[in-house]
Design a protein around this ligand. Structure first.
Ligand code: UD1
Length: 389
């Protein structure tokens, strides 16, 4: 019996929902006779807070990582450099046949470079996404990772086109669908039975208990923000906070689940007090997978700069304002049948789109192969490619 050695890598929160189905598909594969997969999971440690990491391993039943590189926070060069140094040792010791990376975070890019320098075959899950915006660190990570990958697993056909345009040969591209939706499909029933009020009351930032009484009706909007383009410039971020707290939150309660870097910036720019002092704005800790999914299912509108949330809104049909000028996920936009509108970070544009999108209802849409069976397709392709190669 042949054994195929695979190392897969996670580093930051959005990676965890992508690796969970892959690991399950590997386990399922190993129940059959034939090629056996010896799999090791590496966590680079880019995200390390319990609520940014451990909570997701538990909720999504991801086995503990075999190796944690403990990289933590730092500048981009520090994160990428230290990850490469630590990961090289793992690769040399385990000598895998394949290294599998997901998404577009610094861990993805760092381990891709190491994989190729160690002459190990590299597969990228979520390949071919392009925002065209080189100011985004994730765009640099995507370009590097895809350029180096031997096997590129794409979530939609637009991504295939992007890769072809860049000269990637046809046999390296494999359209498999969106692996995040595998997780959504497995977990949606568990999310559905959660209570919105309990999620909110259990996750409110300190000193806001009195705000629970604004959450009486059915309606609420849901906000997440963490991109440097929105939260790193005091003027831009100040204007967004102003619009949200003074205007949009008047219509209905605004549930804001706040990323650690966003909280840090709110405090640095003196905006924190504004957020916590407005009755209709409920500031929440970063939420677990099921909790955020439940809030998304019930939200009247989502405002976000997260790529994953755009995709979940698409499948759930939640009207979504994407607070970015571009997206690497055009398939989630209304013009492609999705639920999302790009609004950048300009106040007037956000306000106009907000009132417009409220007129429409929920229109779930499921792009091709976003069917919950992406991970088994990936595992099969890896095995097939190995016996050919
Ligand atoms: C990273 C990813 C981004 C992804 C996001 C999801 C890159 C380039 N960016 O951005 O694509 O959408 O994760 O969250 O990889 N922090 C904590 N605890 C943690 C993690 C981070 O407090 O567990 C704080 C630290 O102050 C840190 C800051 O958040 O400096 C930013 O974390 P980092 O991983 O560098 O980037 P993200 O902005 O989270």
């Amino acid at each position: 019996m042949t054994t195929l050695k695979i190392v897969s890598v996670v580093g930051a929160r959005p990676n965890f929902m992508k690796i969970a189905p892959f690991i399950r598909a590997v386990e399922d594969w190993n129940k059959n006779d034939g090629v056996r997969i010896d799999h090791r999971l590496v966590h680079t440690g880019q995200h390390y807070d319990d609520n940014m990491s451990r909570a997701f391993f538990e909720a999504l039943v991801i086995p503990e990582a075999d190796i944690n590189l403990g990289i933590g926070s730092g500048t981009h060069a520090e994160q990428v450099g230290q990850t490469m140094i630590a990961f090289e040792k793992v690769v040399r010791q385990f000598q895998p046949d394949w290294i599998v990376v997901v998404g577009d975070v610094n861990a993805t890019c760092a381990c891709s470079i190491t994989a190729k320098k160690e002459r190990v075959r590299l597969a990228h899950i979520e390949a071919g996404l392009r925002s065209g915006d080189m100011d985004m660190p994730e765009e640099i990570n995507r370009l590097v990772t895809d350029r180096l990958s031997d096997l590129l697993f794409t979530p939609d056909r637009l991504s295939n086109d992007n890769l072809r345009r860049e000269g990637v040969s046809e046999e390296r591209i494999k359209f498999v669908g969106n692996i995040m939706i595998d997780t959504l499909e497995v977990q949606r029933e568990k999310a559905k039975i959660l209570s919105v009020a309990e999620i909110v009351s259990g996750n409110l930032k300190e000193g806001q208990d009195s705000k629970m009484n604004v959450l009486r009706g059915e309606k609420y909007s849901l906000l997440t923000l963490h991109r440097p383009s929105n939260v790193d410039d005091p003027q831009t971020f100040g204007e967004i906070v102003d619009l949200l707290t003074n205007e949009l939150a008047r219509d209905m309660p605004l549930l804001w689940t706040i990323h650690p870097r966003t909280e840090k910036q709110l405090k640095t720019f003196g905006l924190w007090i504004k957020v916590v002092s407005v009755d209709n704005v409920l500031a929440l800790n970063p939420l677990g997978y099921h909790e955020l999914l439940r809030l998304n299912m019930g939200a009247t509108v989502v405002l976000t700069d997260s790529g994953g949330l755009q995709e979940e809104c698409c499948v759930l049909g939640t009207p979504c304002l994407t607070l970015r000028r571009n997206t690497e996920r055009p398939v989630t936009l209304q013009e492609h049948g999705g639920a999302s509108i790009l609004v950048g970070n300009d106040r007037d544009q956000i306000r106009r789109a907000y009132y417009k999108i409220l007129q429409g209802g929920r229109t779930p849409s499921r792009p091709e192969l976003w069917d919950g069976r992406t991970a088994p397709r990936i595992v099969e392709a890896l095995v097939q490619k190995s016996s050919l190669g």
